[in-house]
Design a binder for this molecule. Structure first.
Ligand code: CDP
Length: 559
């Protein structure tokens, strides 16, 4: 049935009026981006074989009137109406073109501060976020997919508690992911039990907010419905490749790209499943695809139509690209290695190291052939010519992994049999092919008659559809259950461990959800954030099973 979901996604999002197939899409994209005939053929072959796919805006817009090819943008917002409404306008243009925007609202003065011109009171960052949310709501109606925003507030902003509670009611600020930016000093207070320290004081009212107030609101909010996310300011800026161009205070909507104001970034992901050769990964092939992918992403920077000249200038100054992987869990399944195992983590670390090293080598070669990125002199790379200030990250690959028919990004499979609802009321019954195959083998080994085998297989699948897990089916061999764990079977610590294996091996950041059981407490959530901070992550997103009504995957729904 997966085939029909792929076909549905292809038709709903990627095919232009005159196109009939994925081949047509790949041809259009390759022709628009490749410089020479040879390059066009190489790009075509990488996409068509599903070894590599660029982000959705490239697949949708390359070679069309809307030539906007990047997924990620961040825009600055100051403490004045012109800067706020400029950002609103620019954000609308970005969404219209298929990109997502991240904003840090911390420069906006807190609610109830004096506003000199009007002799009145400021309404604060959260009320302005409502306008951004509404604008996204309206614009999304015209586009092929919904626009996405990341709203960030620094923990020391006096409106921080209002901000953290802003999405408490389901449906509010629905077009935003929200994240609190915290410093090491803040996290050290938590670690050291200094919850009573005053972290911020309202300049006009004198109201004080303590570390504990903020922390409890964060963990309570996550417990309630998975937000806010937490961003680690120091870790992000410690790895800023161009610190002399300024500090990084914002990330794109799903968090994988910390960017400077006005920067944009085009993403692309290698489909790791295509490199499984019997019992190992074909590293030669992986490096070759990585090299081609970097050349393609770098070309896109020049071929792109930018929504704003300031975005073009900022982007071309550092030429950041975001190459990542998808199909990681499927790859581990193909190799028979559990996601939450030391062996799995070692393999993943090795693979990402291989990709980033090959990406850096290619970027160096392009720099020698043409030029380094313009801000290179003053960058952390200034000992070795480089074309791109940052090359790797891990994107969610929410749509392109469906096209490639593999598990998304570095996430574990959510369920091996489930119903997937999609736009326009259609739904698809999904059954993971490897799971189905191994289940059939296990059933044949255990039961003697064919009717019994069939009956037990059907019982497992319907149990899985109902509950989302096979961990409690006792006749299944322990090794089968060990391998076929889902995102919710895997412990939060092992989720974070996997993110921590990838983080030092990518230049930018990682989009990943840390699944927690329904029974998780505020204390578990606090422990997870501290563990993430201690593991040198740049940010963390947690989700407690069943805490939100709106979920993409519908476990327990009959087809
Ligand atoms: O798979 P696809 O290329 O469509 O995108 P993704 O990897 O799921 O998301 C990558 C980035 O695209 C996100 O972090 C957002 O910046 C942006 N995005 C968006 O703006 N709107 C969406 N509906 C989905 C993604």
């Amino acid at each position: 049935m997966t085939g029909s979901l792929t076909t549905h996604i292809l038709a709903a999002r990627y095919l232009r009026d005159d196109e009939n197939s994925f081949t047509d899409v790949c041809r259009r994209v390759a022709d628009a981006i490749g410089e020479t005939q040879r390059e066009k053929e190489t790009f075509f072959s990488e996409m068509h074989s599903l070894r590599f796919l660029p982000n959705s805006p490239t697949l949708m817009n390359a070679g069309t009137e809307n030539g906007q090819l990047a997924a990620c943008f961040t825009l600055p917002i100051g403490d004045s109406l012109p800067t706020i409404f400029d950002a609103l306008k620019w954000g609308a243009l970005i969404h219209q073109s298929g990109g997502g925007t991240g904003y840090n609202f911390s420069k906006i003065r807190p609610k109830a501060s004096p506003v000199r011109e009007l002799d009145g009171m400021a309404s604060g960052p959260v009320s302005f976020m409502q306008i951004f949310n509404q604008a996204t709501e309206i614009i999304r109606q015209g586009g092929r997919r919904r626009g996405a925003n990341m709203g960030i507030l620094n923990a020391d902003h006096p409106d921080i508690l209002t901000f953290i509670h802003a999405k408490e009611r389901e449906g509010d600020l629905a077009n935003f992911n929200i994240s609190v930016m915290v410093t090491d000093a803040f996290m050290a207070c938590i670690r050291d039990g200094k919850q009573d320290s005053v972290w911020t004081t309202h300049p006009a009212t004198g109201d004080e907010v303590t570390v504990g107030d903020i922390w409890d609101a964060i963990t309570g909010g996550i417990w309630k419905n998975g937000e806010p996310g937490v961003l680690f300011y120091n870790e992000i800026n410690h790895h800023n490749p161009t610190p002399l161009l300024g500090e990084i205070d914002a990330v794109n909507p799903c968090g994988e790209q910390p960017l400077l104001p006005f920067e944009s970034c085009v993403l692309g992901s290698v489909n790791l499943t295509r490199f499984v050769k019997e019992d190992h990964i074909d590293e030669v092939g992986l490096k070759q695809t990585t090299g081609i992918a970097v050349r393609m992403l770098d070309r896109i920077i020049d071929k792109n139509t930018y929504p704003l000249s300031r975005i073009e200038t900022a982007t071309k100054r550092t030429r950041k690209v975001g190459l990542g992987v998808m199909g990681v869990h499927d790859t581990l399944l193909m190799l028979g290695i559990p996601y939450d195992s030391a062996k799995g983590r070692v393999l993943c670390g090795h693979v990402m190291e291989c990709i980033t090293t090959a990406a850096v080598e290619t970027s160096h070669v392009i720099a020698v052939e043409s030029d380094s990125f313009p801000a290179w002199d003053n960058s952390r790379w200034n000992k070795c010519p480089m074309r791109n200030a940052a090359l790797t990250c891990i994107a969610p690959t929410g749509s392109i992994s469906l096209l490639a028919d593999c598990s998304p990004g570095i996430e574990p499979v959510y369920s091996y049999a489930y119903t997937r609802r999609h736009t326009a009321g259609s739904s698809f019954a999904m059954l993971h092919p490897l799971f189905a195959q191994d289940l059939a083998t296990a059933a044949r080994d255990r039961f003697s008659s064919q009717p019994e085998v069939d009956q037990e297989i059907n019982a497992v699948i319907s149990h899985l559809r109902r509950t989302g897990t096979v961990q409690d089916i006792n006749w299944l061999p322990a090794s089968f259950r060990r391998l076929y764990k889902t995102a919710t079977d895997i412990s939060w610590k092992d989720h974070i461990r996997m993110q921590a294996v990838f983080q030092p091996r990518v230049h930018a950041a990682i989009s990943k959800t840390i699944n927690m059981p329904h029974s998780a407490t505020d204390d578990d959530i606090a422990a997870a954030i501290l563990f993430a901070w201690g593991s040198n992550l740049k940010g963390i997103t947690c989700y407690r099973t069943g805490s939100r009504r709106e979920v993409v995957y519908a476990i327990g729904e009959e087809t």
